[in-house]
Design a protein around this ligand. Structure first.
Ligand code: AMP
Length: 573
């Protein structure tokens, strides 16, 4: 398929803000592929549409920053100053390059047009380049693509290289288009998507007329991580009891979520962002290998336990462990980890449609029982032990007083609060449904993404010191909700500045616009109604609690979360 034909439809999608029209144009793309392409082409078109080269579950990025891209653009005859000015004017590197296309060096008149395959295969190749001279090689590949391309193709090529297509087309809209065109209920497609986490695969199967209810590739599969089920906020424990009857309470551990897959004695562990962190936590891997059961996917919270007190160590310690690539044996001694398993999703077959009660039983048969009411003494004795894998502490009750006791006890051992789960609910990957709540003592902190950054003043003049932070809507559109400058150490500011420089897209009035990649957890005094921001709310006195390297822009809080917290704050919900 000609890449240009696809770009022309992307342009139509980009020009409308109406979701239904975007869907219609995407259907044009499906029809075009039916006519001129293959199921594999639609697969690649889907990845490109959402600004990716790899499937979502793969958690792999192309990793080309704006600086390298600009170097590549320079090689095709574009003057850097002119380019930077044009970016400033248009606010977008894609449009900027498209506009300057008459400056591009001429290539042979007999140049063949760019095909979708050329683009896709080249980008994959770029992602594999490593070692000496890798930057140079990447630049060469990119400039070859850019030389071959027409102006409109250049717009989308550079955006794709930065993995930000800016056409306002997200996975839910693609699923809606599939639903309409292939006449399949959207809910069904959403459910499959949550399990496979791969929009391209769904596209390919639909084009192949596969039976999506039975197709093995579309089922939960070991070593293909799924998006975790997410929790909602609830104003009080009492509310949860009213809503759920007899919920299952669990300690909400202060750690990082892990998804553990095991098959034929092979083990892989994924972070919440679905990164493969297997190599960084070998002691947990060994323990899983010895678990005596095979063919499983389990989920839990990985906590750095201070063995003297039994309390969790700072969250940063876990991230230090997850990030570490060398000297792992040394840091292993320093930072002791324990995983509290709280769910099982697969055991020889998918278990996600079973109720939590049934899943918990299966997990208890494998790991053991930590029933707070009965096993409290055992639990307290084991807290300082070297146990590497345990099951989460649970209490199933409809008695508010008991639940409060459990909550206070969970805080007393240094954790964050309690999770409140509906024992009759299935596991719903990737969605925030009302079957799992979290309850913490303070107003919920928010996970936000940095969208702009300003250089600080005085002592902070060498760093970015003030950040515009944003939440998102269901479609993934970002909405600024405030500016944060406090709460970061000098070391953190240094690190952030370095990363921000590498993801800077543009600069307006001394403020850098950056790719939305850095997630911060922020606390605040309260949420206020505000006309200043489009979403209608603003954070009062926000403060950075920590940099959430374990989260991506997909994990940040939504405008709806903000509304809910605002309501809780006002005492209504
Ligand atoms: P949050 O990240 O604030 O949305 O809170 C939900 C997170 O709490 C989950 O993603 C887990 O990482 C974490 N968590 C800690 N303990 C538990 C537990 N017992 N059950 C489920 N999630 C837990």
């Amino acid at each position: 398929m000609l890449f240009k034909e696809i770009c022309i439809i992307f342009d139509k999608i980009e020009r409308t803000t109406k979701r239904l029209e975007k869907m219609d144009y995407f259907i044009e793309l499906i029809k075009l592929t039916k006519e001129k392409g293959s199921p594999n082409d639609l697969k690649n078109i889907c990845y490109i549409t959402i600004g990716r080269v790899f499937a979502e579950y793969e958690n792999k990025e192309l990793g080309i920053g704006p600086n390298l891209l600009i170097e590549a653009i320079k090689t095709i005859g574009i003057n850097e100053k002119k380019l930077l000015n044009s970016i400033k004017e248009t606010g977008d590197i894609g449009i900027a390059l498209e506009k300057l296309s008459s400056d591009v060096k001429q290539v042979s008149l007999f140049q063949t047009p760019l095909m979708l395959d050329d683009v896709y295969v080249t980008l994959k190749k770029i992602s594999e380049i490593e070692g000496a001279n890798s930057q140079k090689k990447k630049i060469r590949y990119i400039s070859n693509l850019l030389l071959k391309a027409s102006p409109i193709e250049r717009r989308y090529l550079v955006r794709l290289i930065l993995e930000d297509m800016r056409i306002g087309m997200s996975v839910p809209t693609i699923l809606s288009a599939f639903s309409l065109y292939f006449n399949i209920p959207k809910e069904k497609l959403e459910k499959i998507y949550a399990v496979v986490n791969d929009i391209g695969l769904i596209a390919e199967k639909l084009m192949l007329n596969a039976d999506i209810n039975k197709d093995e590739d579309l089922k939960l599969r070991i070593f293909r991580p799924i998006k975790p089920m997410l929790a909602q906020l609830i104003p009080s424990i009492g509310d949860a009891i009213v809503e759920m009857g007899t919920p299952q309470f669990e300690t909400k551990y202060d750690g990082a979520r892990v998804q553990i897959h095991k098959k034929d004695k092979n083990v892989k562990i994924y972070s919440r962002k679905l990164e493969d962190i297997t190599n960084s936590i070998p002691e947990i891997v060994d323990e899983v290998k010895n678990m005596g059961v095979d063919n499983i996917i389990v989920e839990g919270e990985c906590v750095a336990i201070d063995l003297k007190t039994g309390h969790p160590r700072p969250f940063q310690d876990i991230l230090r462990r997850f990030r570490r690539k060398y000297d792992i044996d040394k840091i292993k001694e320093e930072i002791n980890l324990r995983v509290y398993l709280f769910d099982i999703l697969y055991y020889n077959e998918s278990l996600i449609d079973l109720s939590l009660k049934e899943r918990r039983k299966i997990l208890e048969n494998i790991i053991g029982i930590n029933d707070w009411e009965i096993d409290k003494t055992k639990i307290e004795n084991e807290i300082k032990s070297k146990k590497k894998i345990d099951i989460s502490y649970k209490l199933t009750t409809n008695d508010l007083e008991k639940a409060m006791d459990f909550y206070k006890w969970s805080l007393s051992i240094g954790h964050e609060g309690v999770m409140i789960k509906n024992p009759n609910a299935p596991y719903t990957p990737g969605s925030r449904v009302r079957t799992m709540y979290k309850f913490k003592p303070t107003l919920e902190s928010l996970d936000v993404v940095i969208t702009r950054a300003k250089i600080g003043m005085g002592k902070r003049k060498d760093w970015y010191g003030s950040f515009e932070i944003a939440v998102k809507d269901e479609e993934g559109n970002l909405y600024p909700i405030g500016h944060v400058g406090s709460g970061l150490t000098e070391e953190e500011l240094d690190k952030l500045t370095e990363i921000l420089k590498s993801i800077k897209i543009n600069e307006i009035d001394g403020e850098a616009i950056v790719e939305p990649k850095i997630v911060l957890e922020v606390s605040y005094e309260e949420i206020q109604k505000s006309d200043k921001y489009e979403c209608g709310y603003a954070l009062r006195f926000p403060r950075v609690v920590r940099i959430r390297e374990d989260k991506s822009v997909d994990d940040i809080n939504t405008v709806d979360d903000v509304k809910r917290i605002f309501a809780i704050q006002k005492g209504k919900h």
